[in-house]
Design a protein around this ligand. Structure first.
Ligand code: C2E
Ligand code: MG
Ligand code: MG
Length: 760
């Protein structure tokens, strides 16, 4: 396939495949994206829901602790505690039951009692002396509020604790503050949800600075750090920034991050107490492992499929192009010279002529290439062919091309139509090829023949097939010249050649098929005005009914020798005719038969015609042999020998077409003929010109013949005047259309021989 066409088609397929792959990728990734987004949304939703749930739990825990303290506070208020010892006992009893770490009571003077589990009761403890967190929280309760502190390290327990405090009210007035400390771990129970996000999530309680208050058992949380910002997985600065902002503004926050190449989601939500936050971390893969795995596998499959398709496409594309190029080279290029081969030339030439009917096809051929192979040796002969191709290639103009058809056969397609230009260009090519440097050592001059045919809108337009046929004829002509020749195909000449070759090709068969027919033209005695005889003239009646006149084939048959056969055939046909007439009682008249040089000088001619006379029992006196003037002129001696032989048999001999060629009156004296037929062109000239000179010559010619004792016949009598003139000149016989054209024998018999008396 044409490289361009293939590339076009492949590109189309490739683009189609790319578009389909692209659509597949888009659909695939959209699906993955939608699935991921849905998953993401559901993850975020469930994280938020769970965080809310835990916030609720925390608040519930704190609320119940407040409730406990408030109940105690009202109990303390009701019992009107004034004695410390009493109060201590109550606190100790209560604390043992409800498990606070410490319980603290402050009076309005900020003097307090601290009861700590398993430790001594401290009395008269000044609020000022205690931790700042305690002071702030307790003071809030003196102001009438329930409050909870941040974490601090307890003075006595040395553990991280926090403090609840509630006011003790008596008739609406604050009479003291009841506070209790506890481990922050009490929230751990609340937060330790193993079922958190189906076990894939972890939750941390952090303060507003990001410090961990309660950490759940998470692989990420295993790091021993105090603040969420110290975790290694929080490396992303953007996230840290967002984190800090959310913590500062008491906002929720949700983001994704990766830790040890695994995806995680983080949800931060304010608890609403002390600026605390719940920070939930969820392992995405773990939570939706199956779906994520499917999505991931899908994505991987998609990428692999797309990659594979892409690879196959590109590989296939390249492979096809490579194979095509190899096939293309094999199919369209001549392996030796690199020129196009004939198949490609044909294709290109046909296309070129279709586009523009003006152009020239030339063929160059080396004469006797087989000898070049022998003289140069095969390798050098190959080099010569390569050189030939090079020279032709160099001589080409735009849109011109050439090919090597076989061995030493090259075809060129040229755009020029001007014969002069083409002739020069082709001659130059021949010349350049002849100058093959490799030939000099052998001192062998390469001979080339070049045939060319031109298709030209202003002259003749030929089809490609016609040009290819004609160019071979032109080449054959060029070859006849035996020198570097360029020969252009000539349509008219060719027509004749084609006709001749058809005639030559059919003549033998035609003779066998009896397609050659005898036509008779009457010969009139000018004295009696009666039929004196007839001339047998051949007509070729083709199977299709068409009739070819002798002018179309006689000279060709004379050249190729076939006339010898034809003339004998005609001679025999005339004999048959005369026998037939005799048998049928038809009046026999002398018949003139035209005999060509090839026939007369043919082997055993005399014996043959003699044999025919005997065969058909025809008296020789009934046959006149017509021989052309030109024969008598060429070799008088030989000619006389023939005449002698003919005379011996008893034939009359007539010299046909006298005055048509180089007539020499001198010869008339040297040859022994019986009749002279003056050529019809002579009469034509005389009757057309009517000048006294030619009239005189004609008259003299007839007179001379008479003196030489020859009968005279004038051919081509077409008018009464013609007849009148030759009669006055003393001519014996006349022949011409004035009487009759040559007609078939039957017609002749009907017309002249049935009623001879009434002929004229
Ligand atoms: P030809 O032998 O000189 O025959 C006379 C030719 O003149 C004939 O042409 C005839 O038809 C033609 N003719 C006769 N009267 C007139 C006329 O009034 N006006 C004109 N314009 N033409 C006239 P045809 O039959 O075409 O024969 C042409 C030539 O072919 C003959 O010339 C003869 O030389 C040759 N030919 C014919 N038959 C044979 C044959 O069997 N063998 C050989 N070797 N040659 C033959
Ligand atoms: Mg004749
Ligand atoms: Mg004649």
């Amino acid at each position: 396939m044409d490289e361009k066409l293939l590339r076009k088609r492949l590109n189309r397929v490739l683009i189609f495949a790319i578009v389909i792959s692209f659509i597949m990728v888009v659909i695939g990734f959209s699906f993955i994206n939608i699935t991921s987004n849905t998953l993401e949304a559901s993850t975020q939703e469930s994280m938020e829901a769970e965080t809310d749930e835990y916030i609720k739990r925390l608040n519930k825990q704190i609320h119940s602790d407040y409730q406990l303290l408030n109940t105690l506070a009202s109990m303390i208020s009701d019992s009107k505690i004034d004695e410390a010892s009493n109060f201590e006992t109550i606190l100790e009893n209560v604390n043992e039951k409800i498990d606070f770490l410490s319980m603290i009571y402050f009076d309005l003077n900020r003097q307090g009692i601290i009861v700590t589990l398993d430790q001594e009761v401290l009395t008269d403890v000044s609020l000022d002396s205690l931790n700042e967190q305690i002071q702030t929280t307790v003071e809030a309760s003196f102001a009438g509020k329930e409050d909870i502190s941040n974490l601090f390290v307890g003075d006595f327990t040395k553990e991280k604790v926090f403090l609840y405090s509630v006011p003790i009210l008596e008739e609406g007035k604050v009479t003291g503050v009841l506070a209790a400390t506890d481990h922050v771990e009490i929230f751990a129970d609340v937060l330790s949800g193993e079922g958190l996000l189906n076990g894939t999530g972890r939750i941390n309680l952090i303060d507003s600075k990001g410090n961990f208050l309660v950490r759940s058992n998470n692989p990420i949380n295993k790091e021993d750090v105090d603040s969420i910002f110290d975790s290694s997985y929080e490396g992303n600065e953007e996230h840290i920034k967002e984190y800090r902002k959310a913590l500062k503004n008491n906002e929720k926050l949700y983001f994704s991050f990766a830790y040890q190449s695994k995806p995680y989601r983080m949800h931060l939500a304010p608890v609403g107490i002390n600026g605390w936050y719940l920070c939930m971390v969820n392992s995405v893969q773990a939570s939706n492992s199956l779906v994520y795995s499917i999505v991931e596998i899908l994505a991987v499959i998609l990428v692999i499929v797309v990659g594979l398709v892409g690879f196959i496409l590109i590989y296939g594309y390249r492979l096809i192009r490579k194979n095509n190029k190899e096939l293309y080279d094999l199919a369209y290029y001549d392996q030796l010279t690199g020129a196009f081969n004939f198949i490609y030339f044909q294709k290109k030439a046909q296309a070129a002529l279709k586009e523009d009917p003006n152009g020239c096809i030339a063929t160059i051929n080396v004469s006797q290439f087989k000898f070049i192979n022998e003289i140069f040796g095969r390798e050098k002969a190959d080099q010569f062919l390569v050189y030939m191709a090079k020279m032709m290639g160099q001589a080409l103009k735009k849109k011109e091309f050439f090919c090597r058809e076989s061995a030493d056969f090259f075809y060129l397609y040229l755009k020029d139509t001007d014969y002069k230009i083409l002739n020069q260009r082709l001659k130059d090519i021949l010349e350049s090829i002849t100058n093959f440097p490799g030939a000099s050592s052998q001192s062998y001059r390469v001979l080339l023949s070049c045939g060319a045919v031109v298709s030209d809108e202003n002259r003749t337009v030929f089809s490609y097939d016609q040009m290819m046929t004609h160019v071979m004829f032109a080449l054959a002509k060029a070859r006849e010249k035996h020198q570097n020749t360029v020969w252009f195909f000539d349509a008219k000449l060719h027509e004749i050649e084609v006709l001749n070759s058809t005639i030559e090709g059919n003549m033998h068969q035609a003779l066998e098929n009896k397609e050659f027919k005898v036509y008779l033209q009457p010969k009139i005695d000018l004295k009696t005005h009666r039929l004196a005889g007839a001339e047998a003239l051949v007509r070729w009646v083709r199977p299709d009914g068409s009739i070819l006149p002798p002018a179309a084939f006689i000279s060709l048959f004379e050249d190729n020798g076939f006339c010898a056969k034809l003339d004998l055939y005609m001679f025999e046909a005339v004999c048959q005719c005369l026998t037939f007439w005799k048998e049928k009682g038809i009046k026999e008249i002398p018949i003139s038969v035209n005999q060509s040089k090839v026939a007369v000088y043919g082997e055993h001619y005399i014996e043959t015609i003699q044999g025919l006379l005997e065969k058909y029992q025809v008296p020789s006196s009934l046959i006149t042999i017509e021989i052309l003037e030109s024969m008598a002129m060429s070799d008088t001696a030989d000619f006389n020998k023939i005449l002698d032989a003919l005379h011996k048999i008893g034939f009359k001999v007539s010299m046909d077409d006298f005055g048509s060629g180089y007539s020499s009156l001198n010869v008339l004296g040297k040859i022994d003929i019986d009749e002279m037929k003056i050529d019809k062109d002579f009469l034509k000239e005389v009757s057309e010109k009517k000048d006294s000179k030619s009239v005189m010559i004609m008259e003299e010619m007839i007179q001379l013949s008479k003196k030489l004792n020859l009968k005279t016949v004038v051919e081509g009598v077409e008018t009464k005047e013609n007849e009148e003139m030759i009669r006055q000149f003393g001519c014996d016989y006349a022949q011409g259309y004035y009487y009759s054209k040559p007609i078939p024998v039957d017609e002749f018999v009907q017309k002249y021989l049935r009623k001879p008396e009434e002929i004229l």
